[in-house]
Design a protein around this ligand. Structure first.
Ligand code: FAD
Ligand code: FES
Length: 359
């Protein structure tokens, strides 16, 4: 049987077609390919959409579909329409466009004015901080600066087009030399390369800044930080910035790792605690040795126990959580049971990048 030529043309048109997404209430708009999520397309065009897990779980990216048709990839969690949510609710990290769209979204004004740059950077220092954690200092070209908000991340662009995300660990004031804390992922292409092959004076390409995990400086509420492993990196950036800006509210950091050796910069938060009376630091070990006197177990459970011991709940705090996706999800679910104001929960889940772009 011969297939009519017009069917090929129709298929070709469908595959190469782009749609337009119109945003309410800002009136902005951008083009979108049928195979990318609305969130990916928005970020690619520099629109500051809110998001967290990028896996359809946390709901941080939600908004409303006002007009148009959506598509969902089959291997993703069920779309919000299939859950118990108001009509039109859409998780933009999951939904794709099947037509032109009009959507309602709360764009984040704080990151709107930052320019996303692609730059070559020189590896100035490579320093091993633990068996599986490497610190890199990346120097920008002369006269170049990367304006970012404390807590944001950059993508490192690999030669084959893939990209890998890493949080900036230094405060924004030092915008010519970027500090990264990179955990070696077993079997990981890029982190393996960093540990085994990358040398000082090598050149990498970066793109950034990205992300909505940044300090909300207009809030005066007490700040509670939970870091898992190298989730300490953006928290370090935020805390150093907060100290320099002399933010006056109380702050506390719970750093969850397996063993003592994984607290790869333990002396630093201890020093902050000595210098700043309103700052508390609690390391939490999930595989504590017998001599360990501090908190043990899962970090989110240790946080809940610590608050309970002080007759506190989460309602008063702005909560910042960063690290492995499972930890971020567990923390969100558990803190919600203990009075968390969901609008005051900010997170970055260290997801693996999707094979194609990782965007
Ligand atoms: C916003 C953001 C900020 C980040 N910041 C930091 C940071 O500051 N420091 C840091 O150490 N890390 C950070 N990460 C995580 C970091 O990007 C990954 O560890 C890194 O991309 C791993 O790259 P790789 O090429 O070594 O691993 P890959 O080669 O991509 O994968 C590593 C291993 O995991 C497996 N794998 C791949 N995908 C999955 C999956 N979905 N589920 C389970 N296993 C999978 C692979 O088979 C492979 O064995 C961040 C991630 C995000 C999204
Ligand atoms: S559900 Fe979309 S970012 Fe978490």
């Amino acid at each position: 049987m011969t297939v009519p030529k017009y069917l090929f043309v129709l298929l070709w048109l469908t595959l190469t077609m782009t749609f337009t997404v119109y945003l309410e209430p800002s009136g902005h708009h951008f083009d979108i390919d049928p195979d990318e999520t609305i969130l990916d397309a928005a970020l690619r065009h520099g629109h500051a959409f809110p998001y967290g897990c990028r896996s359809g779980i946390c709901g941080a990216c939600q908004g409303r579909l006002l007009e148009g048709e959506l598509n969902y990839a089959t291997d993703r969690p069920p779309p919000p329409g299939a859950r118990d949510m108001p009509r039109g609710t859409t998780f933009f990290c999951q939904a794709r466009a099947a037509s032109d769209l009009i959507i309602e979204v709360k764009e984040i004004t704080a990151v709107e004015n930052l320019t996303v740059k692609t730059l070559p950077v020189l590896v100035q220092t490579k320093e091993q901080l633990a068996d599986d954690v490497m610190r890199l200092y990346l120097k920008l070209p002369q006269d170049e600066h990367l304006r970012f908000l404390a807590g944001q991340y950059i993508d490192i662009l690999m030669k084959d087009g893939r990209r890998r995300s890493f949080s900036i660990a230094n405060m924004p004031r030092n915008d010519h030399l970027l500090e990264l804390h990179i955990r070696h992922v077993e079997g990981g292409d890029f982190t393996g390369y960093i540990f085994e092959q990358l040398r000082e004076k090598d050149v990498l390409r970066i793109e950034g800044p990205h992300g909505n995990f940044f300090l909300r400086e207009n809030s005066t509420r007490p700040l509670l930080f939970v870091a898992g492993g190298t989730g300490f990196a953006p928290v370090k950036s935020i805390l150093e910035h907060a100290f320099v800006e002399e933010m006056s509210q109380s702050m506390r950091l719970y750093w969850g790792v397996r063993g003592e050796a994984d607290l790869y910069l333990d002396a630093l938060p201890r020093q902050w605690a000595q210098q700043h009376p309103d700052f508390r630091y609690l390391p939490v070990l999930s595989e504590a040795p017998p001599h360990w006197q501090g908190s043990t177990g899962y970090v989110h459970e240790a946080v809940i126990a610590d608050l309970a011991a002080r007759n506190e709940d989460f309602s008063a705090f702005d909560v910042y959580v960063c690290g492995p996706p499972a930890m971020v999800r567990a923390a969100f679910a558990a803190f919600r049971e203990h009075g968390l104001d969901e609008a005051r929960f900010y997170s970055d889940a260290f997801e693996f990048q999707a094979p194609k772009t990782g965007g």
